[in-house]
Write a protein that binds this ligand. Structure first.
Ligand code: NAD
Ligand code: DAU
Length: 352
């Protein structure tokens, strides 16, 4: 596929910044335009190493603002869109669902309209790639996996908003012949993740000897994937995935929260020179998340068989690397855990 300009939305966030880094370095002939509103979760410091690259440009824009989007599309004439911009944290969606409805649903509709307006009937070589989540499939029992044709059953305002956006993307493909592809990925971990999410939050709390707020009994299961493997999967699907198809992305790497937390405590005790068992004492069981999905597990056989993608990193190695990164990048963490973050933290955990 011959591509010129690729518009990536949400590129200043966690996964988006890894994707931008990969594309800017791997494809010098592409112009990569990063469209991001820079919400609390967007941070240009995540992209310091590529910000001066000749094939990279940042545009501050809000996907909820349709007019602004038309202007951006008019100016850059993207050949493809890879859409990651979203409100992404489940707890925030419980506290304030509307933000999720505007950004994730209306924002996605605005992007689809902008792509449709620019490309019209001439969609040769064009592609609208929608990055979604396994949470749209709901919650699994003790057995089974999410497949691409598993029925949607979202349970939180976040996952319902992502499910709505997935439906809109597919509807635009059927109704308006927009060339789309969708992927649904499991939980990502790695560097540059905002410390509202379990892994960076707990690394930061362990380092600062703060309580580790485990929701419920800690028995919920998540399927963790190294963020750079997600970015590699997006690369492969973007270039080789078939139009109108969905690809599930996951690492076959299920952990109960409590086992994962104990592993992090153990690794960090060793790295910080603390006595084994010290950090586990910080574990505090708190009120469960409302509607807390029990288990996620992805079957990514289709992606592996059709496009040859496989995860590159074992979890034990990945979590070591991740912990090292956060320990080595204390300034990055301190920069975002001041101000608004403190207010969020107090509000989120005060009643638990
Ligand atoms: P994130 O919260 O770290 O980043 C989101 C980015 O979107 C931020 O840079 C933010 O500034 C930007 N953004 C938010 N609202 C915007 C708006 N109105 N206009 C323009 N930009 C806006 O999110 P993430 O964890 O990197 O997730 C990226 C995407 O991947 C999301 O669509 C999410 O649903 C999906 N996803 C995430 C995971 C995960 O484990 N984190 C797993 C599967 C899928
Ligand atoms: O599955 C993909 C999804 O993974 C993405 O779509 C979301 O954007 C991403 O945030 C993530 O959702 P989760 O809700 O699974 O991730 P989170 O890190 O918030 O929580 C992971 C598990 O840890 C979950 O079972 C809730 C629990 N948890 C979380 C926090 C923040 C706690 O026990 N304590 C906490 O303080």
């Amino acid at each position: 596929m011959e591509m010129k300009t690729i518009l990536i939305t949400g590129g200043a966030g966690f996964i988006g910044s890894h994707l931008i880094r990969l594309f800017v370095n791997k494809y010098p002939d592409y112009k990569i335009v990063n469209l991001d509103k820079l919400t609390y979760a967007g941070n240009l410091a995540n992209l310091k190493d590529v910000e001066n690259a000749p094939n990279y440009e940042f545009v501050k824009a809000d996907i909820v603002d349709a007019e602004q989007l038309f202007e951006v599309f008019d100016k850059y004439q993207p050949d493809a869109v890879i859409h990651l911009a979203a409100e992404s944290h489940v707890d925030r969606s419980i506290a304030n669902p509307n933000e999720f409805i505007f950004t994730n649903i209306v924002g996605t509709a605005n992007l689809l309209n902008a792509a449709r307006k620019l490309w019209g009937e001439n969609t040769d070589g064009k592609r609208f790639y929608h990055v979604s989540t396994d949470e749209v499939y709901g919650s699994l029992g003790e057995t089974g996996f999410f497949l691409e044709d598993t029925a949607y059953d979202p349970r939180s305002p976040y996952s319902a908003s992502k499910a709505s956006s997935d439906h809109l993307v597919r509807a635009y493909a059927h109704t308006f012949k927009l060339p789309i592809v969708v992927s649904n990925c499991s939980n990502n971990y790695g560097s540059y993740q905002f410390p509202e999410k379990l892994i960076p939050l707990f690394i930061n709390n362990i380092r600062n000897k703060k309580a580790l707020p485990v929701y419920g009994k800690g028995e919920n299961i998540r399927d963790w994937l190294w963020v750079e493997d997600h970015a590699r999967a997006i690369d492969v699907i973007f270039h080789e995935g078939r139009n109108l198809e969905t690809y599930n992305i996951g690492g076959h790497n299920e952990w109960t929260n409590i086992d994962l937390i104990k592993l992090m405590c153990k690794v960090m005790d060793r790295k910080l020179g603390r006595a084994e068992g010290d950090s586990e004492k910080l574990i505090t069981y708190v009120k469960d998340r409302a509607g807390h999905d029990m288990r996620y597990a992805i079957d990514s056989t289709k992606l592996q068989k059709e496009l040859g993608w496989v995860p590159s990193l074992q979890f034990e190695e990945g979590i070591e690397k991740t912990i090292d990164w956060y320990l080595e990048n204390e300034a990055w963490m301190e920069n975002i855990t001041s101000g608004d973050y403190e207010k969020y933290y107090e509000q989120q955990y005060k009643e638990r």
